[in-house]
Design a protein around this ligand. Structure first.
Ligand code: G3H
Ligand code: 13P
Ligand code: ZN
Length: 313
């Protein structure tokens, strides 16, 4: 199936416009009907473009057929929504996503030796471009837990000196960079720690036409952490990237900002609070409706206060 038959758009189109006009398109991860609908509702409320992201483990969780069934069933406004494979770790999984109807894929070879990263990134780009699908690749390593297969204790900042050649050799459409963000709930030693804007500035200067991507960019709203902890959870020292740091990154060519952990927190805090307030509740739909609404509210908030992507379609 080709993504255009679902009414989806090539991610490159969304990112080119974002880079030109100085905002970021949110890459929100989803893994079931509730998270999918929550994101689409936020996009509709804000009239923002949005990238629906599926990680490899989310793909396994939903299964190809259920995922595509949901994607085919949803309604999209023209030019608003793309479907993206997040952190694909092999040519095979990227090909599978393209064949299934994704409109962009990320090949994440950031943990591979550079030569191999370039080789597979190019192989993915050559295949993807045949179908007008775009490709995101990565240089540098983020610390933290990315998915069940990838965990790194060290941060390797992206080397600005090699980005131009990397983009040329791989023919990538966008590039994920490591400038101090990390995946998951425990990103920073303290909230005042700054991103490496000096590195980002040099990267942007060397590849001015390439939209840059920021992974591990959840801001970890403390209201969710506090609610979770108040109602039986135990999330200690969870800190994210301050919204003003993210807004500053957008001024330096970050055109896509990836958020997953914030939606997970919004979901879980709503479930914990609902269960604590209503001891007789047992219909999952009541729980899930509150969880969905909380994700939508948070996505709207981030679109309006971080991404600047509202009313851009
Ligand atoms: O960047 C990674 C995403 O947050 C995906 O995580 O593999 O647990 O779905 P996941
Ligand atoms: P967070 O863990 O900061 O939400 O990062 C998500 C991400 O980078 C998805 O690719
Ligand atoms: Zn990521």
């Amino acid at each position: 199936m080709h993504y255009s038959s679902f009414g989806l758009v090539n991610t490159k189109k969304l990112l080119t416009k974002a880079l030109r006009d100085g905002y970021a398109v949110p890459g929100f991860n989803f893994y079931n009907m509730e998270t999918l609908l929550a994101i689409l509702r936020a996009a509709q409320i804000t009239q923002s473009p949005v990238i629906l992201q599926v990680s490899e483990s989310a793909l396994e969780y939903m299964g190809d057929d259920i995922l595509i069934g949901m994607i085919a069933g949803a309604k999209y406004k023209v030019g608003q929504v793309s479907l993206h494979l997040d952190h694909g770790h092999s040519f095979e999984v990227c090909k599978r996503a393209i064949d299934m109807g994704f409109s962009s894929v990320m090949f994440d070879g950031s943990n591979l030796p550079l030569k191999q990263n370039i080789k597979i990134s190019r192989q993915v780009a050559d295949y993807a471009h045949k179908f007008d699908v775009s490709v995101e690749t990565e240089l540098g390593v983020l610390n933290g837990t990315e998915d069940k297969n990838t965990k790194s204790d060290k941060m390797l900042y992206t080397d600005p000196a090699i980005v131009k050649d990397f983009v040329k050799q791989t023919q990538t459409d966008s590039l994920a960079v490591a400038i101090g963000t990390s995946h998951g709930l425990y990103k920073r030693k303290n909230t005042n720690e700054k991103l490496r804007f000096d590195i980002l500035k040099q990267i942007a200067m060397n590849i001015p036409k390439t939209p840059l991507v920021l992974h591990g960019a959840s801001s970890i709203p403390q209201k969710f952490v506090n609610t979770i902890n108040k109602f039986g959870g135990n999330l200690k020292n969870a800190h994210g990237i301050a919204p003003n740091q993210l807004r500053q990154a957008i001024l330096l060519h970050i055109a896509k900002i990836n958020v997953d952990s914030d939606s997970r927190l919004a979901f879980t805090s709503a479930i914990r609070e609902t269960l604590a307030h209503d001891k007789s509740i047992f219909d999952p739909r009541a729980l899930l409706t509150n969880a969905m609404d909380n994700i939508t509210k948070n996505c709207v908030d981030e679109i309006q206060n971080i991404m600047g992507s509202g009313y851009k379609i």
